[in-house]
Design a protein around this ligand. Sequence first.
Ligand code: ADP
Ligand code: MG
Ligand code: MG
Length: 499
Amino acid sequence: FQNPKNHLRKLEPLRSGRSLVMESHKTLFDVDKFDDEFVQKLVYDALVWSSLHGLVVGDKAYQKSGNVPGVGMMHAPIALLPTAFPEVYWNQACDVTPIFNELIDRVSLDGKFLQDSLSRTKKADIFTSRLLDIHSKMLERNKKEDIRLGLHRFDYMLDEETNSLLQIEMNTIACSFPGHSRLVSELHQTLLRSYGDQLGIDSERVPKNASTRQFADALAKAWFEYNNPRAVVMVIVQPEERNMYDQHWLSSTLREKHNIVAIRKTLAEVEKEGSVQKDGTLIVGGQAVAIVYFRSGYTPNDHPSESEWNARMLIEESSAVKCPTIAYHLTGSKKIQQELAKPGVLERFLDNKEDIAKLRKCFAGLWSLDDQEIVKKAIEKPGLFVMKPQREGGGNNIYGDDVRENLLRLQREGEDGTAAYILMQRIFPKVSNTYMMREGAYHKNQAISELGVYGAYLRNKDKIIVNEQSGYLMRTKISSSDEGGVAAGFGVLDSIYLN
Ligand code: ADP
Ligand code: MG
Ligand code: MG
C-alpha cells in the first residue's frame, strides 16, 4: 500500500492540470481546480479515517452484514469535503428548531386535530389508517403520556431562485444518522486541518456537531425521569439493518456515558417476548423497558403481519416512554405538515407571534389535492411540484411528468384516492460540483444538498427538560436524482462549512 493511487478506482476522468489547488488562501476551494493526485490523497485519508472511527455501514455484498456486527463493513457513503452553506441560513435553521420541537408537542396533544386532519387520508391510505386506529384507542382510554421524548430531524433545502430556506419535512420517527453525522463533521474537520493550506478553509468553519451525545443525553434524561434503575432502553430495529452502526453509536454512548443498557428488538420479537404488567410496565424478554426508541415501524414494510401491529399496540398501551408516541408519529406526517401550513393553523398551537412568523417563513407551498386550482396548475406545470404520499424513508414521491399522469389518473378514478397525497412546491437548490465516495470509489458529480437539523425535546408534565437543536446532517445527492436516499444509493452523508 505504498502508493494509495493504485488502490482507488476512479470512475470519471478528472481534469488534469499543473496547479492543483488554490491560487489564493482567501478564496474557498473549487473542486474543479483540484488535480488528480491531490484528490486521491484526500480520498485515501478519508477512507482510512472512516474505517478507524466507525463511520461504517454493513456491506451489501455480505449477507450477514445486516445482522452480525463486525462482519462485512464498508465505509459510509460520504462527500469528500463539506459543502458551503450560508451562515445566515444555518443560524435560521438552528433558531427555529426549539420552536418546531414545541410545535410538535403541542400538536400531538390535540387528538381531535390529528384525527380530523387525517380523516380523509385514513380512507385512502391503509397504513395511516392503522396508525390512526391505535391513536383513537388511546384517546378513548384517555391514555396520558406524561413523559414525552422527541428526537426529531427537520430537513431543509435552500431554494436558489427565492434565496430562502424552505422546509422539506419534519421527521418525528426513526430519524437516521444521529450517530454518523457527528463523524462526518469530524472527518471533514480533520481533512481541513490536514490540508488547510491547499483548501483555504479553516476547519472551524465546519460547525461542531454533537448529535450523538445530545441524542444520547436526551435518552438518558428520559430514562432518569422514568425512574426505574433496572429498566433498559429498547431500540426497535428492522430484522436486517445495514445501518446498525449509526444506531450502535447511540447505544454505546448510553452505555459508556450514562451506564444505561440498550437492547435491540424487532417488532415481531416484542410481540413474542413482550407483555404489559398491571402497573403499565412493559416487560420484554424478562426486562423492564423504560424507553422504546423506534428505528423501525415507519413504513408498511415494517409491518408484514399482524404481529408487528400487535407489538406497536402493546408498546403504546404501556407506561414506557415512547420515542415517538403514536401522536408524535402522526404529527410528523406529510398531511399534518400541509395542514399546519394553512393560514391560521399555527396560531392554534403557538402563542408567540414572532415564533409563528419564523416558522411560517420556512414553509414552502403545500396543498391538499382538494384544491382544484392548484391541481390544474400542477397538471399544466408538473415540474414545479412534488406529489407526496403519506410515507417515510425516501423513494416514494412523484416528480415531473409523473405528477401530471398521477393527477389525471386520480381525477378519472374519482375523489377518494386524492387524500393519500399532498402537493408541494418543488424546491430547486443550487447545483455544485462535489466529490462523492461510495464503496471505495469516488466520483465527481453535479449535486444538490439538503440540510437536516436534529432537535431533541423532553418534558415531564409541565416541566420542559430538554428543548434544543442537537447537531445536524447534510445530505448531498446527484442533482439529476429526484430522491436522495443515502441508503438507496443516490445520496451521501455530508457536512457544511459556513460562508
Ligand atoms: P421522506 O419522508 O420519504 O424522506 P421527503 O419529503 O423528505 O420524504 O422526500 C424525500 C426526498 O425528496 C427529499 O429528501 C428531497 O430530496 C426530495 N424532496 C422532497 N420534497 C421536495 C421538494 N418540495 N422539492 C424538491 N425536492 C424534494
Ligand atoms: Mg421523512
Ligand atoms: Mg426526508
